[in-house]
Write a protein that binds this ligand. Structure first.
Ligand SMILES: [Zn+2]
Length: 393
């Protein structure tokens, strides 16, 4: 009898120990799974990576029915997906200047190559990686045009370096490249800087950009940073991650004495004095300071320095229409001796509540009508269809 009780107790003991072991193992088992699940989650889009509405490649999707998924058998254990490679998070590209700088739209999958006609006008221009054959010509208006026979500014020069190379916006009409090749050493001399940092010019064929600018479409506009070129050749990463310096105080009514220097004034003046320059756009607080420094004198270069939204960390230089571009439309000249843009009448508006503290709209603003090719000069259709200009390496 005792031996039977002992055997029964022994069996009971084995059962209890076994049950406890299963309990204690199960957290370990979960731990084996959760890191994989966590990794799988990191492959989801991260917050802040959303592309803006107009950059979403929704129009690029072919009109195909979605593939039919086989029904999932929920009772079966799900084989974990192979561990994805570590997700490399792109450095947040701080806008050097102009408004929004979201990441580039995702690459289109090779199997789903959409018809060119299905792309938006912005996407069509952005998709062109090379300029056209043919003689250089700026076509249309700065915010509504394109570029034929564009040329690239080399990304490294003796007194300049191009930033944000990944955007492929270091293209322009030859007059813009000539301007930069002359302005860079002149600005270096005037400021004592080693050189200049060049931001966006135009896309290889100009046209509207998917993000960042309204103008820069005809190969005659360039953004140049309020920042000296460093002494070393910047790495690609530095060119993507570095941000330009804001020269304006927090109240947006004056320059920031901690960042503004007399060299910045020389930099702006040198740009405005170059031949062929139509406008140099700066933040209104910077214009006001330039007027003050110049004793409100009426000089043609000062008239070309004009306030515009943003432009607190870069200048925007706009060139006049070149002689070789009959369909280029310029802006009215501002070299009127009587108007240096320093009057209260010219400046007060920029410091009004309307501009500095605009009321928040009660209803979301209507999205702008998407551009169509009918909005552009007909020659831009030809520019999009033209063969690539082969590039020397
Ligand atoms: Zn610009």
């Amino acid at each position: 009898m005792l031996s039977r009780i002992a055997i029964f107790a022994g069996l009971l003991g084995v059962l209890i120990v076994g049950a406890v072991a299963v309990e204690t193992q199960s957290p370990d088992w979960r731990a084996l799974w959760s890191p994989r699940q966590a990794q799988a989650q990191t492959a989801e889009p991260l917050p802040g990576e959303n592309t803006p509405a107009d950059a979403k490649p929704t129009e690029a999707k072919p009109a195909e029915a979605p593939p039919v998924q086989p029904p999932q058998v929920l009772d079966q254990p799900v084989t974990p997906a192979p561990t994805p490679p570590p997700v490399v998070v792109a450095p947040s590209a701080e806008p050097p200047a102009v408004a929004v700088t979201p990441p580039l739209p995702p690459e289109k999958p090779a199997t789903a190559e959409p018809k060119k006609e299905a792309l938006s006008v912005k996407q069509r221009f952005a998709a062109e990686k090379l300029p056209t054959l043919g003689k250089a010509m700026a076509i249309g208006y700065y915010p509504r045009g394109c570029l034929q026979g564009g040329v690239a500014l080399p990304v490294n020069g003796p007194t300049w370096q191009v930033m944000r190379i990944s955007r492929n916006r270091n293209w322009g009409h030859p007059s813009l490249v000539n301007f930069l090749e002359k302005f860079a050493p002149a600005a270096s001399k005037a400021t004592g800087w080693k050189g200049i940092l060049v931001g966006d010019m135009a896309q290889p064929r100009g046209g509207p950009t998917p993000y960042g600018h309204r103008s820069h479409q005809t190969g005659l506009d360039v953004d140049i940073w309020f920042m000296p070129m460093p002494g070393h050749t910047l790495t690609s990463e530095e060119r993507e991650k570095t941000s330009a310096i804001n020269l304006v105080a927090d109240d947006w009514k004056r320059v920031n004495p901690k960042t503004w220097t007399p060299q910045h004034a020389s930099f702006i003046k040198t740009a405005a004095e170059q031949p062929g320059v139509e406008r140099v756009l700066v933040n209104a607080a910077i214009k006001k300071e330039m007027c003050r420094m110049n004793g409100n004198r009426k000089e043609p270069w000062m008239a070309k320095v004009r306030p515009w939204y943003a432009h607190h960390d870069h200048i925007h230089v706009r060139l006049q229409c070149p002689a070789d571009s009959p369909t280029c439309r310029g802006q009215p000249s501002v070299t009127d001796e009587e108007d240096n843009g320093c009057s209260d009448k010219a400046l007060d508006h920029w410091f009004s509540d309307k501009v500095l503290n605009p009321p928040k709209p009660t209803t979301p603003p209507k999205p702008p009508r998407p551009l169509t090719m009918a909005d552009f000069p007909p020659a831009c259709q030809t520019v999009l269809a033209a063969p690539d200009k082969p590039q020397k390496n």
